[in-house]
Design a protein around this ligand. Structure first.
Ligand code: ATP
Length: 441
């Protein structure tokens, strides 16, 4: 039973990966050279989806609030940052090699004593640092070593005072950032779930030390709600609290938001109570005072930090997995549909002339031109209308607008809804408003 379920799940993942390639969501990087393991490129639909996910996070985390400011810090930072953060000494995974087949594993992911691929003898595990190293400037010497950031958070901590001053924020307040991060993962995989180059959406919320528990609860709830508001199925989401052995060196408490992927329940986002660890360490290593004077309390302290740390790529994979559906498989009316929330769908509406004559394409073109400045839309006149609907269903386009013979008489069009396939008639003059309402974030 368990085996069958696994095969089913693997098949679903394979179908999704193939749909992503076929429809231009995601390609393997450098494919004409045979690809490069764990690096992926986002195609025309993928980049729209990714932009929409980022935009939705940014809107909820910054635009809708007056207590969170945005930041875009550089990827390469002073190397001392990573000493202060603990990454140089402890951002490691245990690496184990098979002496026979030479395959590599993460020691903490192995079940038995021997190689899971060939049964061969394994080496002892050694600690492998996941940070990518490079050199700054033309000389490749130890003094010039820098790292590609393995998380965006540190850029926020070192800018804590820079942001607080000009924005005139007082504690509690937060700083949000979206950006690339790099980890030389030992075992990347599961499509864009674990990559070596990926993107994070992180928010660090600075609070009074004694209020950390209440803010932690607040952000735990808020972040779960974000996934629900994006239409992710509730039964596929859960919290996982880190036990004492799982807690990172900086965390007092940590919850993951997990999603049930075809390959199991996995972390989507981490919510961490990082205490005053980060600011205290940066104070110590930089020699700069990063404490805060709280006028209300008439007291100086190093703020505590509640962190919410999500992956853009992992969220995108979650949205795709959750949305992917094949109706009536194997039958004549089989339909593959991506039930993406209209908020984040790459294309919001397809404009289709029923036939390529009688002035229908001209009207459809005119509607397209009118809507284009407001929404991402797609004009499609190729093939039967049924086939054109199916193509849009697969791309996750929530609405289809068809110009037919009735349009020529009364200036109405049909609006077809992707999930229910129901159609209503609307006057062309109300289309823009209707679509903006239905796709609003
Ligand atoms: P994991 O246990 O899966 O390695 P982590 O606990 O190291 O993850 P964090 O350091 O908390 O992850 O990173 C925060 C978020 O960044 C993760 O929840 C995930 O969404 C994303 N993320 C981390 N590593 C990767 C990766 N290699 N590829 C894609 N996304 C990642």
């Amino acid at each position: 039973m368990a085996k069958k379920a696994l095969n089913e799940a693997e098949r679903k993942m394979e179908e999704l990966v193939s749909l992503c390639r076929r429809r231009g969501f995601i390609f393997q990087s450098s494919l004409i050279y045979g690809g490069i393991n764990s690096c992926w490129d986002y195609g025309p639909l993928g980049v729209e989806l990714k932009n929409n996910i980022r935009r939705y996070w940014w809107k909820v985390m910054t635009q809708e609030r007056d207590d969170i400011e945005g930041l875009d810090a550089s990827i390469i930072m002073h190397p001392r940052v990573w000493e202060a953060s603990g990454h140089v000494s402890s951002f490691t995974d245990p690496l184990v090699d098979c002496k026979r087949c030479k395959h590599r594993f993460r020691g903490d992911e192995l079940d038995g004593e021997n190689c899971p691929d060939c049964g061969g003898e394994l080496t002892d595990s050694r600690q492998f640092n996941l940070m990518f190293k490079t050199f700054i400037g033309p000389v490749e010497e130890d003094a010039a070593v820098v790292y590609l950031r393995p998380e965006t958070a540190q850029g926020i901590y070192v800018n804590f005072l820079n942001v607080m001053g000009p924005s005139r924020q007082k504690i509690p307040f937060g700083i949000a950032q979206i950006g690339k991060a790099f980890r030389n993962e030992i075992t990347p995989g599961n499509f864009v779930f674990r990559m070596r180059e990926f993107e994070q959406m992180e928010m660090q919320y600075f609070v009074r030390p004694e209020t950390d528990d209440e803010w932690f609860e607040y952000w735990k709830e808020k972040r779960m709600q974000w996934y629900l508001d994006m239409g992710i199925r509730k039964e596929k989401l859960r919290y996982h609290e880190h036990g004492p052995n799982e807690l990172a060196h900086y965390a007092r408490r940590a919850f993951d938001i997990e999603y049930e992927f075809p390959f199991g329940w996995k972390e989507l986002e981490g919510i961490h109570n990082r205490t005053d660890f980060d600011l205290s360490r940066h104070q110590e290593y930089s020699g700069k005072d990063l404490s805060y004077f709280d006028q209300e309390l008439n007291r100086r302290y190093v703020p505590y930090i509640i962190e919410t740390s999500a992956g853009v790529d992992r969220t995108l994979l979650t949205c795709l997995v959750d949305a992917y559906d094949v109706e009536n498989p194997g039958q004549k009316d089989e339909r593959t549909v991506l039930r993406l929330s209209p908020k984040i769908a790459p294309v919001k509406a397809a404009i289709l002339p029923l036939v390529n004559r009688d002035g229908m394409p001209e009207i459809a073109r005119k509607i397209t031109d009118e809507l284009r400045p407001h929404l991402r839309i797609f004009y499609d006149s190729g093939g039967s209308v049924g086939r054109r609907y199916r193509r849009q269903d697969e791309a996750g386009t929530p609405f289809g607008i068809t110009v037919d013979s009735q349009t020529l008489q009364d200036e109405t069009v049909t609006l077809r809804e992707r999930d229910s396939m129901q159609q209503i008639r609307l006057n062309i003059s109300t289309l823009k408003e209707e679509l903006l309402k239905r796709t609003a974030m």
